[in-house]
Ligand binder design. Structure first.
Ligand SMILES: [Fe+2]
Length: 218
């Protein structure tokens, strides 16, 4: 038997899980917020768009922890040099039995995250997908021929949604929530974030190569 060395290359993304340093869910009160009535409120409610819920005074501690933790992840794991990370948008999702979230990603954002305020055992995982189905065709699908659970070939990976934990991911990653099958609501706060880049990039390979520089305004 020949020994074969393998190396996964160019991962699609990195998903990070952080357990909160205190139960910020205890600061959350649904009555502090307004919910959009365009959703089917039986299975799903979402807070009003363009009102960043993390700016509500009751959630200021949670917001501080999220910003600190997200910046730490970008610095230590992704190695993105930046002066400051800032939340551009945040919203509340309440899902009941039957509630699901279709496959999507987040635009105009570098890093996204979900803080789970209320979850129960039996709630479905947050699933990440290698790509969007419409990006995949035409191609020959080998999915049904692969052995189950091979991390090198799977196109979906699920992460548990434990209460008072946060899942962070690069915003371009496609993700979804399968329908809830238990009689327990799930509440989470989702957010998007951008960064202020460092002014000096001279020590970065390729620095000075570009004739433009991106700058995000808060
Ligand atoms: Fe999302």
């Amino acid at each position: 038997m020949t020994e074969i060395f393998t190396a996964p290359i160019f991962p699609t993304g990195v998903v990070a899980i952080a357990e909160a340093d205190k139960k910020y869910s205890e600061d959350f009160n649904k009555n502090n917020f307004e919910f959009d009535d365009k959703w089917d409120i039986v299975t799903k409610q979402r807070s009003n768009k363009f009102e960043s819920v993390l700016d509500h005074p009751s959630l200021s501690d949670m917001k501080s922890w999220i910003v600190k933790t997200a910046s730490q992840f970008l610095k230590d794991t992704i190695k993105l040099k930046h002066k400051k990370l800032f939340i551009t948008d945040s919203w509340i999702n309440i899902n009941n039995k039957g509630g699901s979230q279709h496959r999507h990603n987040h635009r105009n954002s570098i890093l996204s995250g979900v803080y789970y305020i209320r979850t129960r055992e039996g709630h479905p995982k947050l699933e990440f997908h290698r790509m969007h189905p419409t990006d995949q065709y035409p191609y020959i699908s080998l999915n049904e021929h692969y052995e189950y659970g091979n991390p090198l070939t799977t196109d979906t990976v699920g992460f548990p949604t434990d209460q008072d934990t946060m899942i962070m991911f690069p915003s371009q990653l496609y993700h979804s929530h399968p329908p809830i099958t238990i009689d327990e609501e799930r509440i989470n706060i989702s957010w998007n974030a951008l960064v202020h880049f460092e002014d000096k990039v001279e020590d970065t390979p390729g620095a000075g190569k570009y004739t433009y520089r991106l700058k995000f305004e808060e």
